[in-house]
Ligand binder design. Structure first.
Ligand code: UDP
Length: 381
């Protein structure tokens, strides 16, 4: 079989890995960029020698043992707990919201059970079934915390008011009634010793796999292959016939310095007046390395226009309606499958992308070998 995989991010790379070992085939992986690994791409900065996360910091975390074991086959992971700080209009606090945040923000010294009762009293209980980001925040942390931690940051990050965003975005962040300030709830967390690009290169390394960088795959090229796995934006695949799905993109201002600039890998700036959303100092992600110099990135966000790299699917109501139209077109495909963050227009973390690509390649190979219709989408779509 002649297979094309469009995109060499984690979706494409995991598919290439599984298919190359699962069937007799030749696989061409296309990527329009000059490197593999999509937005997880890491490379050593020439001036400082620091491992740079070119598209913003990525901390690997998962509670899925299968995914953790899988990624550990390809590199050594160093333990890393993401501890984020937030500079708010009311001062600097620890995130995610935990007992230290609550006690310092309200000038109290509550124990866990007392804090739970206190937070219950400040949350807006008239909101019973929060649908929007704003309602979710008002319901669970009340107006003061919402305005200091979430309102300004979210307007900067998403370019729209939190009342126009789904509650699911805020549900990504835990609220804790203890002093655990780990940003994630995941059981396994770490940073790959040699960066993410090294993992992807190893996933793609197989005699059956040919990599074509700097090469844009055009839809007309589908006829050259027996099957195409598309991991790029689904609206782009269909030439934006129904319009462009809304995405936010992020961009960075680079600052080189000496020593320790932030004292932490990431600090968020939640006030709307501060022009950036967060600042990241990449050498703090590799504490096992020694660097005198330091590399700092000020991150800003804007709406994605033609030519920008899409990062965050906005999933507003008009986007969801447009997505349905694209999904309906895609469901009619017999030799194209769509997988990953862009092709399915979902806010997925790396671990979720890998889990889905592992499951999908197994489902696809099994359908193929038993002569059944192969799936167009992962099972969750
Ligand atoms: N968020 C916020 N203030 C913060 C951190 C996060 O308002 O200090 C909101 C914001 O809307 C963001 C969302 O919570 O988009 C999810 O945050 P997360 O850190 O998961 O975003 P990511 O790291 O994927 O950009």
């Amino acid at each position: 079989m002649k297979i094309a995989i469009v995109g060499s991010g984690f979706s494409g790379a995991v598919l290439a890995h599984k298919l190359s070992r699962g069937m007799d085939c030749s696989i061409t992986v296309f990527d329009e960029r000059h490197h593999v690994a999509g937005n997880c791409h890491t490379e050593r900065d020439v001036a400082t020698g620091i491992m740079e996360h070119k598209y913003g910091p990525h901390i690997f975390h998962t509670s899925n043992r299968k995914v953790w074991d899988f990624v550990n086959e390809f590199t050594k992971f160093h333990p890393c707990v993401n501890r984020v700080k937030a500079v708010t209009p009311r001062g600097l606090f620890t995130l995610p919201i935990n007992l230290l945040t609550i006690n310092q923000f309200f000038g109290k010294s509550l124990r866990p059970a007392e804090a739970k009762v206190f937070i219950e009293t400040i949350g807006d209980k008239s909101i019973t079934n929060p649908q929007s980001f704003e309602d979710q925040a008002l319901r669970f942390v009340g107006r003061e915390m919402y305005e200091n931690f979430f309102l300004g940051y979210t307007i900067k990050q998403w370019g729209v008011h939190p009342r126009d965003l789904p509650a699911s975005i805020l549900q990504r962040l835990p609220i804790r009634f203890n002093y655990d300030d780990n940003y994630y709830n995941s059981i396994y967390q770490g940073i790959p010793e040699e960066g993410y690009t090294a993992i992807v290169e190893r996933l793609l390394k197989h005699p059956r796999v040919e990599l074509k960088l700097n090469t844009k795959f055009e839809r007309a090229g589908v006829s050259d292959f027996d099957h195409v796995f598309f991991t790029g934006p689904i609206d782009e695949f269909y030439g934006h016939v129904y319009g462009r799905l809304g995405y936010r993109t992020v961009y960075f201002e680079r600052h080189e310095d000496i020593g320790d600039y932030l004292g932490n890998p990431v600090i968020n700036y939640t006030a709307q007046e501060v022009p950036y959303t967060r600042v990241a100092e990449h050498k703090h992600f590799t504490p096992w390395e020694n660097h005198d110099k330091t590399l700092v990135f000020f991150e800003r966000s804007k709406f994605t226009e033609a030519g920008d790299i899409p990062y965050y699917p906005m999933r507003r109501e008009p986007d969801k309606a447009m997505l349905e139209q694209y999904l309906t077109l895609a469901r009619q495909e017999s030799k194209v499958s769509f997988i990953g963050r862009l092709a399915t227009y979902r806010y997925l973390d790396m671990h979720a992308v890998i889990a889905e690509a592992l499951d999908f390649s197994e489902a696809w190979l099994s359908a193929k070998s038993s002569g059944q219709k192969t799936p167009v989408f992962p099972a969750s779509i």
